[in-house]
Design a protein around this ligand. Sequence first.
Ligand SMILES: Cc1cc2nc3c(=O)[nH]c(=O)nc-3n(C[C@H](O)[C@H](O)[C@H](O)COP(=O)(O)O)c2cc1C
Length: 155
Amino acid sequence: MKIKGIVVFDTSYGNTEAIAKAISEALKESEIEVDTFYVKDAKKLSAKDYNCLILGSPTKFGTMSFAVKGFLGKVKSEEWMNKPFAAFDTENPENVERKEGSAAEKIAEKLRDKKMNQLLPVLKAVVLGWKGPLQEGEIERAKEYAKRLAIELKG
Ligand SMILES: Cc1cc2nc3c(=O)[nH]c(=O)nc-3n(C[C@H](O)[C@H](O)[C@H](O)COP(=O)(O)O)c2cc1C
C-alpha cells in the first residue's frame, strides 16, 4: 500500500515549525508522500487520506499546547488504530517556567491509548532561549530521525 503521511505541528516562535518542516523534507527525500499542516489549519483530518501521523508541539508547562490537545481530540481511535505514528517536541531544559514533562512523551502516550503504533521513540529538539533558537545541529538530527522513520514505514 502507498504510504502517505500527515505532519501536524503547533508553534509560537517558529522552532517547532522548523523541526516539522525538516521532518517533512527528509521524508519526501525518502520518497514518503507527506502533507504538512500548522495545527490550526489541520481542520479536516481524514484517516482515509493518510496512513501515518506525525505530530509535534512546543513543550508548554511540561505538556503539549492547547491546540495540539484539541487536535488529538479529533484523532478517533476507531479510524486511526493500528496506523503508525511518531511524536516530536521542542523544549528548553533551562526555562525558568519549565515543569517536568515533555509534550512529545504525552502525545505518544495519548496516541498509544488510541491503539496506534509508535514507530520510534519520540524526538525532543532543544531550544536555547525562551523563543529559541534551536540548539545547533537539531535540524540535522530531525532529518536523521525522519530518515529512520521512512525506513520503519517502508518496513
Ligand atoms: C509559556 C511557556 C511555557 C513553557 N514551558 C516549558 C516547559 O515546561 N518545559 C520546557 O522544556 N520548555 C518550556 N517552554 C519553552 C518552549 O518549549 C519553547 O518556547 C518552545 O519550544 C518554542 O517552540 P516554538 O518556537 O515552536 O513555539 C515554555 C515556553 C513558554 C512560552
